[in-house]
Ligand binder design. Structure first.
Ligand code: FES
Length: 119
């Protein structure tokens, strides 16, 4: 595991997220309240870029497309594709891919940069 510079700290504002390619991996980097986080960039359900509309709330990240939700600190799956809410259709959309946890990267601040740890 190696630390890689992902973005200058000054480029990331509270509540904002950015998608970046770091060590050939697409990652989402964000700041929420008093901490930074980094996840894989695309939703595990149908690969929607989480930088476009994902919300971080109650220490979870929720994809805007079908509302799949993961814990922001561990990536553990909380809810898989509950939207649309009409039961039969929602279940069908949910079955379009296998349920998976979200990859989470460790972050740190060094020399004014946000770095993430990648294998
Ligand atoms: S693509 Fe994210 S929940 Fe479906």
């Amino acid at each position: 595991m190696t630390w890689h510079v992902a973005i200058k700290q000054s480029k990331l504002k509270p509540g904002k997220k950015k998608m970046r390619t770091v060590a050939k991996k697409m990652v989402l980097i964000g700041q929420n309240d008093d901490y930074y986080f980094a996840t894989e960039a695309l939703c595990r359900h149908m690969r929607w870029p989480l930088a476009y509309g994902a919300k971080v709330k109650d220490d979870c990240i929720r994809c805007p497309l079908h509302q799949t939700t993961h814990k922001i600190d561990t990536g553990e799956l909380v809810e898989w594709s509950p939207f649309p809410l009409l039961p039969a259709y929602g279940k069908l959309v949910g079955k379009l891919s296998k349920q998976k946890d979200l990859k989470i990267y460790e972050t740190r601040v060094k020399d004014g940069n946000i770095e993430i740890k990648i294998d």
